[in-house]
Ligand binder design. Structure first.
Ligand code: AMP
Length: 291
């Protein structure tokens, strides 16, 4: 049985569960508060705090884990990054108080030696400033770092940012990015997990990857006049070009074309196919996509 440590709550919890479910690994928990649950097959889930996951995996309490890359980096533990799940995107940034109107924009270089840096990411903050040859004083905060400069308990902060609106609302400006983050599937290094576990983990990564890849794609089917095939091929490059199927009932005048299309391109693709004389255009979601 392979144990996978998953966030029990917080920003990543729901999307981690739905991604696993789409890969066929449904959480079968006895109750909402269960600490463990079967995921079917040879996998079991262990629900813990997102920030504890790197240590659980590194110490072997779980064979793999899904958590934010920022938390993996902050842990300082040696873990293998098996898959970027593509959600939970954010960046760990240095932010400073917005200057009064007319004053020059604050810069990273303006942060003096000995500055107090409010953060929950003490290790990454210290490491970042040390690399710049600067010594800072970390003020450990477990949340709401953005209020610290206003309360006078920190001069700058190091915090996670996604849209930037929380910083803006709190009168702060970003001056540097320390780490770009997203949710990752991690394990101990392949060399220490053993062959059997490594094989199961590769299969898990492959299954999750097929779900992640399918999310931004749609499957499109259309009937096209045979003489328009050249134009249709240009409109539908697909993964390996569209699949073209003869429609026998039409004496060869029409063909059916199937292709995978980026979700963002579906709208324009339909319009162009119509222009090329296509009809019966059907677009569906894809559950999994493995090239
Ligand atoms: P939490 O909700 O505090 O459990 O956050 C868990 C993880 O969600 C963080 O460590 C990040 O990897 C990720 N995350 C994604 N976007 C954000 C954001 N805007 N602010 C904080 N965390 C984020």
């Amino acid at each position: 049985m392979l144990k996978i440590a998953l966030p029990n709550k917080g920003r990543l919890a729901d999307e981690v569960r739905s991604t696993l479910a789409d890969a066929g690994l449904d959480v079968r928990a006895a109750s909402e508060r269960s600490l463990t649950a079967s995921l079917g097959g040879e996998f079991a889930a262990l629900f813990v705090r997102a920030e504890d996951i790197p240590a659980f995996v590194a110490d072997g309490a779980a064979d793999a884990g899904i958590t934010g890359w920022d938390l993996v980096q902050e842990s300082g533990r040696e873990l293998e990054d098996l898959l970027d799940l593509g959600f939970g995107r954010c960046r760990l940034s240095v932010a400073m108080l917005k200057p009064p109107p007319g004053a020059p924009a604050p810069r990273l270089e303006d942060i003096p030696d000995g500055a107090r840096v409010g953060t929950k990411f003490g290790r990454l903050a210290e490491g970042y400033f040390a690399k710049l040859g600067r010594s800072i004083k970390v003020v450990h905060l477990s949340g709401a770092a953005e209020v610290a400069p206003h309360l006078g308990i920190a001069d700058v902060i190091v915090d996670l940012v996604s849209s930037g609106s929380t910083l803006r609302v709190n009168g702060l400006v970003e001056v540097a990015t320390i780490v770009e983050s997203s949710a990752r599937l991690v394990s101990r290094p392949r060399s220490v997990v053993g062959e059997e576990t490594a094989k199961h983990l590769s299969e898990l990564a492959l299954a999750l990857e097929s779900v992640v890849r399918a999310r931004g794609q749609r499957y499109l089917m259309a009937n096209a006049p045979r003489e328009a095939l050249g134009a249709v091929r240009e409109i539908l490059p697909g993964i390996a070009g569209p699949t073209v199927i003869d429609v026998t009932s039409d004496a060869g005048a029409m063909v059916a074309v199937h292709a995978v299309v980026a979700q963002s391109a579906v709208y324009r693709t339909i319009a162009r196919l119509k222009e090329a004389g296509c009809s019966g255009i059907l677009v569906t979601r894809i559950e999994r996509l493995t090239p």
